[in-house]
Design a protein around this ligand. Structure first.
Ligand SMILES: C[S@@+](CC[C@H](N)C(=O)[O-])C[C@H]1O[C@@H](n2cnc3c(N)ncnc32)[C@H](O)[C@@H]1O
Length: 661
């Protein structure tokens, strides 16, 4: 069994077993899987002075050819995104691209490599002939067949040449045989079948494990785990900290006890075990206590550990075909010819490809430079699929930089209509503009306003996407700084901003749009404060909107209640995506239909907005003005305006500073 089926993002795809599954090591079959092929990079932990943790990749420095982000790229990304959380990795830093491109095409003109936005054909014919020949040497030109490309309406000759596979043929597919244009579709089907067989085996394994577990019960009763005493814990803190293995087995033991508390509780309270487990999670994975607890409380105990484990593993490298420039089959063919090992992501997307190995930098191939694809996390396709933009519509992407979703929206609209790509961060609109040009999106207007200024700036949109600034708790595997740099206050402020933005997004929609009238709200965070609580707030503040089905084929329903706070029943229509369940970044998607406001409703909303109520991140109700006319909002908006003016090189009067006392 090769790595591909294992990493394949068929949804919902189970990730590898974690060391904590069933409180036991992963089963033999999974181990065999692991041994056969590379897997997402696991970070190895080094415990330094008790609780602080350093992480490094096992494959670091080994010359591994599998795709991974360079250290430089990671650092740049973190600094760019630390404020708002990473979202996918659409914004491959331009510097990296330029260097990588130059490495790949030493003969080509650096400026052209930067600025080229034309058609690949031009590149192939002119500058890159020699290099392409080199790259193509030894890789015979292959033919490729995809039947599900959205750009294709008719069945073509090539497809007819591939008869349906029988089960046995699919099963006999050899994983080590190279992927070719001809066999890629068959391989994909075979892998689907293998995955299904695997799932069956998993079930059998699980049943066997459960049976084994009950046999073990007597033994477990004899070997009840005893929590360390307060002194022992203190000693651990002041000393060198527990050994990694001891930590692991203590966590396993706590999970096991909490799973069968009545039997194994050993006279201690549940909260004592939870406290110990949380302390160990902080030491082992390197989270601050606040975030560890916040994330832990989202899941049942065993699943929480699976979530934390999945955050230690890189997500698969995925790209989105830009159908404005090419078709997926042609793109796959071109990349395969360069030696790239790839496969369609899954049935739910007709434009996504998953890259397993590549001998060339995937962010600097001629196809990349010519805008044939976007480096884009699979999760980042989802809000756009939910938005479902139609040709000729007027769409607002309210927080759009660096443009992964904007360019997808533009492609789905087939370069017709208008997409307003807004982002309040002027600096980030540079990479947005670059991507818009590279991908040949001609229906996009880039602008830079604070999203809360809409619809005053502009309204009447058929659809609005609010891919909101968030804490990034869904993308910890890409940006581990989130583990330690988020506090309670950050979540309160973010939720406040998200609530303001979502109302503006709703108010920017034309409720009488004949084709649309939708808002999609998404975040790359998994916390309830930033997701269900925001959606619930919008439903209460805008009685003219209702939640509708996202149309996404997978994902878990949103929480109906959380920590004593009950949300609107329809919140279950929202979708949550998790690294440990779907093998993609943690993500949240909600879709609203906006209707006309009844006059009475409009008046009520207006009144409400003057003295409304706000739900804080902790679920407490607070009285506040919901209009953006209160002092706090004014200050924020003023500040944003000052920044914008400064960025435009306009001199701004210094702020009046109140001097206390
Ligand atoms: C999650 S990222 C968006 C990613 C983008 N949708 C994509 O797919 O490439 C959130 C963005 O919100 C922007 N942002 C933060 N506050 C904003 C505001 N008040 N109004 C508009 N944009 C804002 C940030 O600059 C950031 O680029």
């Amino acid at each position: 069994m090769g790595r591909r089926a294992k990493n394949k993002q068929e949804a919902p795809a189970p990730l590898h077993a974690t060391p904590f599954q069933n409180g036991k090591k992963s089963n033999g079959k999974r181990k065999a899987d692991d041994e056969e092929g590379p897997r997402p990079q696991k970070k190895v932990k080094e415990f330094v002075e008790g609780s602080s943790v350093k992480t490094k990749s096992k494959t670091e420095g080994k010359g591994d050819k599998s795709v991974k982000k360079s250290k430089k790229s990671k650092t740049t990304k973190i600094s760019e995104e630390e404020e708002w959380g990473a979202d996918g990795w659409e914004d491959v830093p331009e510097d990296n691209l330029a260097t990588a491109a130059q490495e790949l095409f030493n003969d080509s003109d650096g400026d052209e490599a930067h600025g080229f936005t034309g058609d690949l054909q031009d590149l192939e014919d002119d500058e890159f002939d020699a290099d392409d020949d080199l790259l193509r040497d030894g890789v015979p030109k292959q033919e490729l067949t995809f039947s599900d490309d959205e750009s294709e309406g008719e069945e073509n000759e090539e497809e007819k040449n591939f008869p349906e596979e029988t089960d046995s043929e699919a099963g006999d597919e050899d994983d080590d045989e190279p992927v070719t244009g001809k066999n890629i579709e068959a391989r994909s089907r075979a892998l689907d079948k293998k995955a299904a067989r695997e799932a069956e085996l998993d079930l059998e394994d699980m049943e066997a494990a459960q049976a084994e577990e009950s046999d073990d019960d007597d033994m477990e009763e004899d070997e009840r785990f005893v929590l360390p005493t307060a002194e022992e814990r203190e000693k651990e803190k002041t000393g060198a900290g527990p050994d990694v293995r001891d930590l692991q087995s203590r966590m396993q033991a706590c999970v096991r006890v909490l799973g069968k508390f009545k039997k194994l509780g050993a006279g201690r309270s549940r909260s004592e075990y939870i406290e110990q487990l949380l302390a160990d999670i902080c030491s082992y994975y390197g989270y601050n206590e606040f975030l560890a607890e916040k994330l832990f409380s989202l899941f049942p105990t065993k699943e929480a550990i699976e979530f934390f484990e999945a955050n230690e593993v890189s997500r698969p490298v995925t790209i989105r075909t830009n159908t404005l420039r090419t078709r997926r089959r042609d793109l796959a063919q071109a990349l395969i010819n360069r030696g790239v090992n790839l496969e369609p992501i899954g049935k739910w997307t007709s434009v996504g490809l998953q890259v397993f190995e590549t001998p060339v930098p995937i962010g600097a191939t001629p196809e990349y430079m010519a805008g044939h694809y976007m480096l884009q996390a699979a999760s980042s396709f989802l809000p756009v699929l939910a938005l479902d933009p139609q040709p000729k519509e007027r769409v607002l992407d309210m927080a759009s930089a660096p443009g992964g979703k904007t360019t997808y929206i533009s492609a789905l609209m087939q370069n017709t209509g208008l997409v307003f790509a807004n982002d309040s961060n002027k600096a980030r609109t540079k990479s947005l503009t670059a991507n818009v040009h590279r991908l040949g999106c001609k229906n996009v207007v880039v602008c830079s306003y604070d999203g809360r200024e809409f619809p005053k700036v502009m309204g009447g949109f058929d659809r609005v996407l609010l891919d909101a600034p968030c804490s990034g708790t869904g993308v910890i595997s890409k940006d581990s700084s989130v583990k330690v740099n988020k506090s309670d206050r950050d979540f309160t402020l973010l939720a406040h901003l998200q609530k303001q933005l979502i109302l503006c997004a709703i108010d920017s929609v034309d409720p009488s749009s004949s084709t649309g009238g939708y808002v999609v709200y998404s975040t790359c965070s998994v916390t309830v404060d930033e997701n269900e609580a925001v959606v619930d707030y919008a439903l209460r503040k805008r009685p003219n909107v209702k939640l509708v089905d996202t149309g996404l084929a997978f994902g878990r329903p949103g929480y109906k209640s959380y920590r004593g706070k009950k949300f609107d029943d329809k919140v279950t229509l929202t979708r949550r995506f998790y690294p440990h369940v779907h093998n993609m970044d943690g993500f949240f998607v909600a879709k609203f239909k906006v209707s006309k406001r009844a006059k009475k409703q409009a008046e009520e909303t207006e009144r409400d907005e003057k003295v409304g109520e706000r739900v804080t991140a902790n679920g407490e109700e607070e009285v506040e003005k919901a209009t953006f006319e209160d002092e706090e909002d004014k200050a924020i908006i003023q500040n944003a305006l000052r920044k914008q003016l400064k960025a435009k090189g306009i001199r701004v009067k210094p702020k009046a500073v109140a001097i206390a006392g």
